[in-house]
Design a protein around this ligand. Sequence first.
Ligand code: HEC
Length: 112
Amino acid sequence: MTRTLFLAAALLALAPQAADAADPKALYNATCIACHGPKAEGAIPGVPNLAKSGRLSRPDAELVTNIMNGYQSKGSPLAMPAKGGNPNLTPADAKALVEYMRSLTGAKAGGK
Ligand code: HEC
């Protein structure tokens, strides 16, 4: 019984960590950098320069949705793949990645 309680307490203590996003830098380098480049400037033709476009100043919820579901704006030659093609990506990861990309580009969260 005591042992069971101890295990339950240990699991509870671990739970918040499990809900946290993975290290956004490592995720970005593994999943996003091939298309978006080291400074989110765009590494291949068809990927917009997110450092300049102002897109990273849009609301978190909108950017997270577009990362999770994939996204293609009108007239764009290339789509953003859902979850950047990484099936393990969570919404918390996507939010952390938006913040990380802002830190790469100097963009501010403006909700514009
Ligand atoms: C296969 C290439 C590719 C990969 C991999 C990729 N992206 Fe994208 N991403 C794009 C393209 C292309 C667009 C622009 C789509 C458009 O506007 O039609 C885009 C757009 C975006 C945008 C702007 C969305 C908006 O609402 O304007 C964000 C933020 C973004 N990507 C984040 C990420 C993150 C984070 C990852 C890694 C988890 C990632 N991307 C992986 C190609 C990629």
